[in-house]
Design a protein around this ligand. Sequence first.
Ligand code: PMP
Length: 398
Amino acid sequence: LFQAVELAPRDPILGLNEQFNADPRSTKVNLGVGVYYDDNGKIPLLAAVHQAEVARVQLAAARGYLPIEGIAGYNKGAQELVLGKNSPLIGAGRVLTMQALGGTGALKIGADFIKQLVPDAKVAISDPSWENHRALFERAGFEVVNYPYYDAVTHGLNFKGMIEGLRSLPQKSVVVLHACCHNPTGVDLTVDQWREVAQVVKASNLIPFLDIAYQGFGDGLEADASAVRLFADLDMTMFISSSFSKSFSLYGERVGALTIVTGSQDESSRVLSQVKRVIRTNYSNPPTHGGTIVSTVLNNPELFALWDKELAGMRDRIRLMRKQLVEKLTQYGVKEDCSYVMKQRGMFSFSGMTAPQVERLRAEHGIYAVSTGRICVAALNSKNIDTVAKAMAEVMKA
Ligand code: PMP
């Protein structure tokens, strides 16, 4: 049975982690991961999460099956987070949310459902994009194409190319958009640019799939949802995948949600019945623990405020690291203006390093980054930033 099975290539990012773990150098630094670390280099356990978890354990509640679509309070909290508490679409019964196994699970349920509706649709992702977008939609049976996004010359957005790319897509193509904190580049659209993109998506009759995996890491929970809200204002039907992995620092609990905006309340009930079949035949129903914690925090005003404050702390620390990195690169002799690193948002930065420079950084300094030059700014801290900046400057100057 397995004789002809070929060895699959290593996942580029998880493969990097394996290589990092095997590196004996005590000065090594891993900037390849997509995880937020605190200033001590640890994944934080947020106080809001901890309090909700303690309360849950004290309840000693039984662990029965959840409904196929998950915890009702979780779903309500998740949809209000992206669309706003006063969303008229929610009021009109046009919004459905299903608890999902992380943002990845939300994307996959959405992809499987879209495959049922428009089997021949093309799926367009940004160039570049989170590396799993292409693989996930291809595995769901779609042809995946790129629309222009990053401009390597300006280290910014190729907005004109993006608009032209979207305009050239056939009707009913799915457009995957990073709603904030673009992974891997850190380059985001302005609100005006988002407005234009939303208008083009609507006029071209495309299907928006907004992926929001870093809400709260850009400018704040509300500001980071502005792209989603602009699409909602244009009254479009759409898919939204949310991930709480980073914002709650609950990576291993697989907390995410799929939200679908339909055309009417009647459509909502039919769509929900179909999406439930997709979930049922994949994993039946979601797990209880992480979902209960997130739901508790989202629905308790005190815990919510605490969480919001902790998120702001993570966001501010990343900003500080961006600022210090730019200052230190200049201090260590990089002539090029690196201030683009400060304009980028979220956990990642397209640092401008080339693949050979990234390789030198690893071989000579034990500092690991993705070969595209992506670094995780959230893995920098007050203890390693000097070493990292010095090493980066050395490989970038040569
Ligand atoms: N979308 C994007 C853009 C991401 O960066 C990630 C996580 N790296 C995900 C989705 C998936 O999130 P999760 O880990 O919650 O599955």
